[in-house]
Ligand binder design. Structure first.
Ligand SMILES: [Zn+2]
Length: 407
C-alpha cells in the first residue's frame, strides 16, 4: 500500500520553509529571506505576518545601516513553544524542558533503578516529568509534547518499547499510549542512540551534515544513522544496532544470544570485564592496587587512570578497545559512507586513550574513498544529549511541513 504523505497547503509549506530559514539564519531581514527562499517580497511579508500572529516569530532590532532605511530583523520567539525530553537510561533518568530554540531551561536527574521493575520505574518517570514541568514554571499550554529516548528495541511508529535490557520486566510497554493518557499531550518514543543523533544534528557537531553516524558507547553500544538529513530506521525500526554486529566470531557471548558482538568488546562493562579477567589470571597491574584488590570496583575510568599512569595492562585494554571499535566503525563507514562519525556516551569520556588507535584501524580497514572523506569526532553535548534529542523529537514537528500537528 502506498503511504500517503500528510502535506498541508502550499501556503502552509511556504510558511514552514520561512520558519526554518529564520531558525537557521536569525536575526534575518525580510529581504534576505526573500533572497534565500526565492519567494516574492509580498509573499514573505504575508507569511512573516502569519508567523508573528502565531507567536512563533518576532521583530528584533534593525540591521546595521548601509545607507537608506535599515531593515527590521526577525528571530524565533524562544518561549513560544516548549517540549519535554526524557532519557530513560541504564543508570540515570533525565528529564529536560527545552524552548523552541532547543535551549534547556530545566534539567532533572534521578536514578533509574531498573532492578526495581517496570511499574516503579514508570511511576518514577511520570513523577520526574511532573517535577520538571513544575520547576520550569512554563505555561503548560505551550508544552507541545513529550519525547522519550530509551536504550532498547523501540517500535517508534506505535510508541512501544519492545525490549529494554536495563529495566526488569520492561517488555512490550506501550509508553506512548500510557503517557498520552497521563499527560494529554503528544508523546514520541525512540531509541536513545537516535535521539542523541538528532541532538547532534540540531545543536551539536552534525549541524548542516546530512550523512552521519552517532555511536553511543555506554553500558551498551548503539548508533543513530542519518542519511540524506533524516534518521534511518530500517523496515522494522531496528536499524542502527551497530553494537550487535559481529566483530569476533569466537568472542564473549552477548545478551542478544550471539557471540563477539561489538558491544561485548567495547562497552563499559566489556572494558571492565577484560581487566577483571586478566587480573584473575594473575596479570600484575596498578588496577588491583587502585581498587584495593576488590575487582568488583573496577570501572572504565579507573582503567583509564591506570593507563595514564603507564600501566601496561590498562594501556593494552584501551588499545584493544580502539581497535575493536575501529573495526565496527569501519564496517559502518563502508555501508553508509558518512561524512562524520560522532562518538558519545560515557565511554567517550576516556576516548583520548583510544581515539588514535581507532582512527588508525578505520584507515586500515575501511575503503580508501570512504575512510579519507570521513571525520571522527567526540561528542561535546554532555550528559543531557539523549534527553535533549528526545525533546527535539517533538520540537521538529513545528519545523516540518509534512507534520500534521503544528499549533
Ligand atoms: Zn549482541
Amino acid at each position: 500500500m502506498k503511504k500517503q504523505m500528510k502535506i498541508g497547503s502550499q501556503d502552509n509549506i511556504n510558511k514552514i520553509v520561512l520558519l526554518n530559514v529564520i531558525k537557521e539564519y536569525a536575526p534575518i531581514s525580510r529581504t534576505e529571506i526573500a533572497r534565500i527562499t526565492g519567494l516574492s517580497g509580498a509573499s514573505v511579508t504575508k507569511f512573516v505576518n502569519d508567523l508573528i500572529k502565531m507567536g512563533l516569530v518576532k521583530e528584533n532590532g534593525w540591521e546595521s545601516s548601509k545607507g537608506g532605511r535599515r531593515p527590521v530583523l526577525l528571530k524565533l520567539v524562544p518561549e513560544s513553544r516548549f517540549a519535554i525530553g526524557v532519557d530513560l537510561g541504564a543508570a540515570n533518568l533525565r528529564v529536560v524542558v527545552v524552548n523552541l530554540e532547543a535551549k534547556i531551561i530545566t534539567k532533572i536527574t534521578k536514578k533509574t533503578r531498573g532492578d526495581e521493575g517496570k511499574e516503579k520505574v514508570f511511576k518514577r518517570m511520570i513523577a520526574a516529568i511532573y517535577e520538571a514541568i513544575d520547576t520550569s514554571k512554563v505555561d503548560k499550554s505551550k508544552i507541545k509534547g513529550i519525547g522519550i529516548g530509551i536504550s532498547g528495541i523501540i517500535d517508534h511508529k506505535r510508541g512501544i518499547c519492545l525490549f529494554c535490557p536495563n529495566i526488569r520486566g520492561w517488555e512490550n510497554v506501550p509508553v506512548k499510549k500510557l503517557l498520552e493518557e497521563e499527560f494529554k499531550i503528544k508523546v514520541s518514543v525512540d531509541d536513545s542512540a537516535r535521539t542523541m543523533a538528532l541532538a547532534e544534528h540540531w545543536c551539536g557537531l552534525a549541524q548542516r551534515i546530512e550523512n552521519f553516524i552517532f555511536v553511543n558507547i555506554g553500558i551498551g553500544v548503539g548508533s543513530g544513522i542519518f542519511t540524506n538529513g533524516a534518521i534511518y530506521r530500517g523496515s522494522r525500526g531496528t536499524a542502527g544496532e551497530l553494537g550487535h554486529t559481529t566483530i569476533d566470531e569466537n568472542g564473549p557471548r552477548c545478551m542478544c544470544g550471539n557471540h563477539g558482538c561489538l558491544e561485548t568488546l567495547v562497552s563499559g562493562p566489556a572494558i571492565t570485564r577484560r581487566a577483571r579477567e586478566a587480573l584473575e589470571e594473575g596479570v600484575v597491574s596498578l588496577i588491583s592496587k587502585m581498587v584495593d584488590g576488590d575487582l568488583t570496583k573496577i570501572t572504565p575510568e579507573i582503567i583509564a587512570e591506570a593507563a595514564r599512569k603507564g600501566d601496561k595492562l590498562a594501556f593494552n585494554i584501551m588499545e584493544k578497545t580502539g581497535e575493536y571499535l575501529g573495526i565496527g566503525i569501519a564496517n559502518a563507514i563502508n555501508l553508509f559512507n558518512p561524512e562524520l562519525v560522532i562518538i558519545g556516551g560515557c565511554v567517550s569520556r576516556i576516548s583520548d586513550l583510544f581515539l588514535d588507535t581507532l582512527r588508525r584501524a578505520v584507515k586500515i580497514r575501511a575503503l580508501h574513498t570512504a575512510s579519507t572523506s570521513v571525520d571522527i569526532k567526540i561528542s561535546e553535548l554532555g550528559d543531557t544529549t539523549a534527553a535533549l534529542g528526545a525533546a527535539i523529537l517533538i520540537l521538529k514537528d513545528v519545523f516540518d511541513p509534512t507534520a500534521s500537528v503544528r499549533k
